[in-house]
Design a binder for this molecule. Structure first.
Ligand SMILES: Cc1ncc(COP(=O)(O)O)c(C=O)c1O
Length: 424
């Protein structure tokens, strides 16, 4: 019987003493492990090692239109890269821009464009007074940071098992003209691994924003990152929007960072013709073109969406045992001790846990003092403040299984200790 809520004070004190001893033993190991971000392991990166051989000094470096990729030009990316990204996002290739190595940078730039130049013929966001962005939380800290950087007011929207709380989203978006955007990670959300239901996608596509210049930032970063053999498909937001003439709402993003080489991959965005006109102008001014050699390298290595899916099976083989290990450790330690709840994701890069209120920060601190660095508690909420101080994001991808096992043992002891401190 491990349920802290059924123990008397003396029993809780005994537990704490025993756990303290265990914790001190872990500290003596001198572990140094950074699990703060969803970084692919070296083994995963090595899956794409051969991609670097796809182009060498003897290679033909022309794209399918015969343009030399080693030279300036092609502000929107080479046609075959735009096609590959279009297949990933399930949109027409004419609606895609193939960019550089970071989708996050494209998102930042998109927000920046709306801030200074506006959307749909409306004044720039920055000239409209205080503007608000909806932040489904727990969510991706770097999205929230972009909104914060531009001085927006961040509005927390609760996540449900089907995606953001759509009653709240509809109420805010359809009534408040200062609400200009929402961050969405529709498949295997960061950090909870939640997949938006068809109803959620349809309701998002059917929003009737009070602000004509409201946009949905659709970051499908984990579209092919399945952990099970049966991939989950979500509805295509653009198709749903087109059906009801709302095609200007979504700005879609995708990334190959966690497919090939994180930091040296390619990213893409897609949107309606109206939006694309603004983005094309911007892209043609801000750069003489992306790294087309890298785009060519990616297309030669992956070929098409089938190539990507096959490649992702290799990632799954490496990642799935790590996620299973995390879930099994949580089950072993807490199946009869309700101080922690967790999600069992079917894809993505994280396991999200919710502890007894007020215990997340302390748990992260205890882990750190025993050599395991986790994402800061609170990072998954706007302004880095989790109102309940309960959510922690575990990123199992980088360590090997042995290290991960030890890190999880330290994590579980730290959770128990912080909860005992709270209860006593
Ligand atoms: C939801 C989400 N979007 C974007 C990124 C970053 O993508 P990129 O490497 O293309 O900038 C991450 C990385 O963890 C992520 O979790």
């Amino acid at each position: 019987m491990n349920n802290f809520f059924r123990m008397g004070k003396n029993e809780l004190l005994e537990q704490k003493e025993a756990l303290n001893l265990k914790y001190k033993e872990f500290q003596k190991l001198g572990l140094k492990l950074n699990m703060s971000r969803g970084v692919p392991s070296t083994e995963q990166i090595n899956l794409s090692a051969k991609m670097l051989d796809c182009i060498n000094s003897k290679s033909d470096c022309t794209d399918e239109n015969g343009k030399d990729c080693r030279n300036y030009g092609g502000a929107y990316g080479i046609p075959e890269a735009r096609r590959l990204l279009a297949q990933m996002m399930n949109v027409n290739e004419e609606n895609v821009i193939a960019g550089g190595n970071s989708s996050l940078q494209m998102m930042f730039d998109a927000v920046s464009m709306f801030m200074t130049h506006g959307a749909s013929g409306c004044p720039p966001w920055i000239k409209q007074g205080k503007i608000k962005f909806l932040c489904p939380a727990p969510g991706y800290d770097r999205h929230f940071k972009i909104s914060e950087y531009f001085g927006m007011e961040l509005i927390t929207v609760n996540m449900t098992e089907n995606g953001p709380d759509m009653d709240m989203v509809e109420n805010l978006v359809n009534s408040d003209p200062s609400v200009k955007g929402i961050w969405c990670v529709p498949k295997y959300s960061n950090p909870q691994g939640i997949v938006y239901s068809d109803e959620t996608v349809k309701r998002l596509a059917s929003l009737q924003p009070r602000a004509k210049d409201f946009r949905i930032f659709w970051d499908n970063a984990y579209s092919v990152h399945d952990l099970s053999a049966t991939p989950i498909e979500i509805l295509n937001i653009m198709d749903e929007c087109v059906k009801i003439h709302n095609e200007n709402l979504p700005i879609m993003f995708c990334s190959l960072s966690k497919i090939t080489l994180a930091g040296a991959a390619i990213a893409g965005m897609a949107c309606s013709g109206d939006n694309l006109r603004d983005f094309k102008l911007r892209y043609s001014i801000q750069s003489v073109g992306p790294d087309k050699v890298n785009q060519l390298r990616h297309v030669r290595f992956l070929n098409d969406i089938e190539g990507i899916r096959n490649h992702m099976k290799k990632h799954r083989k490496i990642l799935e045992p790590k996620f299973s290990l995390v879930i099994n450790k949580l089950k072993e330690n807490f199946s009869d001790n309700p101080v922690i709840k967790w999600q069992n994701p079917k894809g993505g890069y994280f396991v999200s846990v919710d502890l007894l209120d007020g215990c997340a920060k302390r748990t992260v601190e205890l882990c750190k003092n025993a050599g395991v660095i986790l994402t800061d508690a609170g990072a998954t909420y706007p302004y880095g403040v989790d109102p309940k101080d309960s959510n922690i994001r575990i990123a199992p991808s980088f360590p090997d299984l042995k290290e991960l096992s030890l890190a999880m043992d330290i994590f579980c002891v730290s959770v128990k200790l912080s909860c005992l401190e709270k209860l006593l």
